[in-house]
Design a protein around this ligand. Structure first.
Ligand SMILES: C[S@@+](CC[C@H](N)C(=O)[O-])C[C@H]1O[C@@H](n2cnc3c(N)ncnc32)[C@H](O)[C@@H]1O
Length: 408
């Protein structure tokens, strides 16, 4: 018979194995919390098997075609909790935590992790979500989680400082209020978009700046309210889109007719093991290409368009791409041989071979450089250029974000 205990044990075993496959180690207290919290109590009306699928975010609210609220996928929650605990010496026991975005499930895992001497406050902008979270938390026995309905862009408890703020909606910027509410040495874990690509960053507060400790690939529903950010999609073929970040402009006409032109494929000629973190390569390409090409963009595509051979992206949910003098290039699907793979680029347009070669040259540099991983600092918007650390500067509304690469 299918039981919630049996499914939960299998889910956690799967999450531990997923960590190992990624070269990560799940902390024992995170594993214990995942084994303790009955996830099905946060997903009423959903089949038990669905509630306990490790890769499944359970959608709880849609607005039109857009998902605005969900109970996040267990694999992602597990990785973010691990990031948070790793960023503190001694883990999360006794810490005071603010969660932005309330489904109830993550708040109860946090409640397990901080123990009786810690506290968890969760805030959501949507009263339907907070009402639901209050009911689910009470039913699961976590009635001591404080649930607040507010836009998390503002101060939640003005006189309070939290050791950890963990954001569970996709952010484009870091508002001053998050830094102001963090204790000195506190940690912010936030899915932050740079160059159109979102990573969960664990950032430690050092004075008025935040310095990264770790980052992971992730995807989240978009931030709403005062911190909402525009992301637009321009179709370049049926089921193939370019994702444009705030402020980026492009017309459908300027990219029409690109893909029907012959495709050039160039390979880096490298042989990489399956664990290679290609999300790091993608940020490397973003930093280097954006300094060289007319426009760095992100390509996404429907599965049908990939199956039909219209495009062959590395990852159909978001692949680095470039537009330069009428030529379009992107990181292509991997070529596997004997359990290892090569990376490459496809290009279409008048200068296709050179454009694919330029992209691939950056891939070779990344591999030759020991596959460096990205590091991030977040500084106040008023920071003068001369006070910025070396790196690629992205100016946001409330902050200046500086991206660099750790030497291998
Ligand atoms: C993925 S869900 C949260 C999942 C949840 N942490 C869990 O335990 O599974 C994201 C939530 O962020 C909320 N949200 C979006 N923008 C917000 C904002 N500015 N302030 C507070 N909450 C926000 C949405 O209403 C949505 O419920």
């Amino acid at each position: 018979m299918v039981t919630s205990e049996g499914l939960r044990a299998a889910m956690v075993d799967g999450l531990v194995a997923d960590h190992v496959a990624k070269g990560l180690t799940m902390r024992p207290e995170v594993e214990a919390a995942l084994r303790a919290v009955p996830r099905e109590l946060y997903t009423p009306g959903v089949a038990l098997e669905e509630a306990y699928r490790g890769d499944n975010a359970v959608i709880t609210k849609r607005r039109g075609a857009e998902t605005v609220s969900s109970v996040s996928a267990p694999w992602l929650i597990a990785e973010m909790l691990g990031q948070a605990a790793d960023a503190f010496d001694g883990g999360l026991l006794g810490r005071h935590v603010l969660e932005v975005g309330s489904g109830g499930y993550n708040a109860s895992l946090l409640r397990e992790l901080v123990g009786p001497s810690g506290s968890v406050t969760t805030v959501d902008i949507d009263p339907d979500v907070t009402e639901r979270a209050v009911a689910c938390l009470a039913a699961a026995g976590y009635g001591d989680v404080t649930v607040v309905c507010a836009d998390a862009e503002q101060l939640i408890e003005p006189r309070r400082r939290f050791d950890l703020i963990i954001v569970t909606a996709g952010a484009w910027d870091v508002p001053e209020s998050w830094i102001a509410q963090l204790a000195e040495d506190g940690v912010l874990v936030v899915p932050l978009r740079t160059f159109g690509m979102t990573r969960s960053w664990a950032l430690r507060r050092v004075g008025d700046r935040l310095v990264s400790h770790s980052q992971r690939l992730c995807g989240f529903v978009a931030m709403q309210g005062a911190g909402a950010h525009e992301m637009r999609y321009v179709d370049i073929a049926d089921g193939v889109h370019l994702r444009l970040d705030e402020g980026e402009q492009i017309t459908a006409e300027s990219v029409a007719g690109l893909l029907p032109q012959p495709r050039e494929q160039v390979w880096a000629g490298v042989s990489l093991p399956p664990r290679t973190v290609l999300a790091d390569l993608d940020l490397w390409l973003a930093v280097h290409l954006s300094a060289e090409v007319d426009q760095f963009v992100v390509l996404s595509a429907q599965q049908e368009s990939v199956d039909a051979g219209v495009v062959a992206p590395a990852w159909r949910f978001g692949t680095p791409a470039a537009l330069h003098e009428g030529t379009f290039s992107y990181r292509s699907a991997l070529a596997w041989t004997d359990g290892r793979f090569d990376v490459g680029a496809c290009a279409h347009g008048p200068d296709a071979a050179a454009a694919a070669e330029r992209m691939v040259a950056h891939m070779r540099d990344w591999v030759d450089g020991g596959e460096p991983s990205p590091a991030l600092q977040v500084l106040p918007a008023a920071t003068p250029d001369g006070d910025l650390p070396a790196g690629t500067v992205l100016d946001k509304r409330h902050s200046r974000v500086v991206l660099t690469f750790n030497p291998a």
